[in-house]
Design a protein around this ligand. Sequence first.
Ligand SMILES: NC(=O)C1=CN([C@@H]2O[C@H](COP(=O)(O)OP(=O)(O)OC[C@H]3O[C@@H](n4cnc5c(N)ncnc54)[C@H](O)[C@@H]3O)[C@@H](O)[C@H]2O)[C@H](O)CC1
Ligand SMILES: [K+]
Length: 504
Amino acid sequence: MKIFTSKQIHELDTFTIEHEPVSSIDLMERAATALTLAITKRWSQTTPITVFAGPGNNGGDALAVARMLAEKRYSVTVYLFNIKNTLSKDCQTNKTRLQDSKHVKSFMEVRDEFDPPLLTEETLVIDGLFGSGLNKPLGGGFASLVSYINASGSTVVSIDLPSGLMAEDNTYNVNSSIIRADITLTLQMKKLCMYFADCQQFLGDIEVLDINLSEDWIKSTPSPFTVIERNNVVSLIKKRNDFAHKGTMGHALIIAGSYGMAGAAVLATKACLRSGVGKVTAHIPDRNYDIMQISVPEAIVHIDKDEYCFSEPMDTEHYNAVAIGPGIGQRDTTAVTLMSQIRRTSRLMVLDADALNILGYRRAWLQQLPPGLVLTPHPKEFDRLDGSDNNSDYGRFAKAREMAQRLQAYILLKGHYSLLCQPDGSVIFNTTGNSGMATAGSGDVLTGIIVGLMARGYSQAEATVLGMYLHGLAGDIAATDKGCESLIATDIIDALPKAFLSLM
Ligand SMILES: NC(=O)C1=CN([C@@H]2O[C@H](COP(=O)(O)OP(=O)(O)OC[C@H]3O[C@@H](n4cnc5c(N)ncnc54)[C@H](O)[C@@H]3O)[C@@H](O)[C@H]2O)[C@H](O)CC1
Ligand SMILES: [K+]
């Protein structure tokens, strides 16, 4: 599924109007009908409703919804903000239609002074001030109105977007000038901002309302941003050959776990074994030998000459893919060894956790990275790699996208909607996973899955897409049994078989 920018959605609108064909006022009526249905499904006629409409088409939608609700005998009070004395054409038409309707309890057009009405916890506020046409953060009277609505305790339904929220980049927005909706009824498709964690506080629950915008346009218009769907993942899965043996199913090498961090190596290795690969070798310091042998009897264990940490690069020719990082620590010896290991490895490689921290603290080394690496940072690790802090989620997304192009790397940025930035500038958002997966070791499991899939014969792009989807799906399956609060990384590994099976 593609994600389009607000500019593109506007083009989609225009295309639909020309080619369906449908007049723009009838398209607005269609949107309002869907919005009204979504509201009447949830609230009965006894709910007092206050509608705030802006001067553009978001306001036009709101006025049409107000009329439809009033005609269904809801008690509706409407404020239309027309400060500049210009309404969009369809907003103007809907203003006239509303004034002609006999059922609206009260309608007021605000030109300058405005005394906000009493809003109580019983009131349902319909927020149609601004949608995808917002071009800068709200200020002045609109910002005050937004703060007033937010403080009212009323339930708020936002049309298309919470007013004040930009459809894409909210880096420089002002939180207090954005509506905090309980429900956002968004038209046709989710906007880019809806995939970022720092925007969730404004969006509430999101329902996407289909208003039948042109499928031809949607199919034929490219977008660098997409959302993984189940069928994309199912089509990636490789069938196992009936004559397969462990020698033909790939051999993964995992360099992980310094002294005191054996668990990271154990988790990555176990997850890797559950990912369909033939063999897994774990390279660990001597002190962790017994732990690994006992915890994962299926693994081959290769011991570092150092008792405590990763200190000597390995010959990787016998392996199909290599993962480096979970729990390796950040000692200077390990840092130097990491770089020589990267330089001498020609196999597909995933770098995670401490491998990324090492690079984050020695950013000049980034220039020496070969193309084609998979990097799996969480937000903090990415900020270190990028040498910045306080990134907004949009900012981090934009920088990760740029970095993936510059380094020709696959950067999987972990989060609620994990996203994969590819060397060609495309970005794929994941939709599986839950808050229970924000737990120690969860990332080590993901690394194990990805290296297993790469060793098994998947490309970097296939392994990261399939890996992040499976990891989230296994987390979702585990959460149905363990709940988000109690979920631990091992539960994700234990649910991997069911996750795989559900895709077969
Ligand atoms: N394809 C669809 O999804 C459909 C969407 N519809 C609705 O239309 C709006 C977008 O309408 P548009 O007129 O383009 O923009 P807005 O109503 O969001 O606002 C435009 C209005 O606001 C002024 N403005 C912009 N920024 C600011 C600001 N910071 N402060 C004050 N004023 C501002 C701008 O100058 C304009 O006057 C979409 O969200 C849907 O709700 C259609 O109805 C159906 C198809
Ligand atoms: K809105």
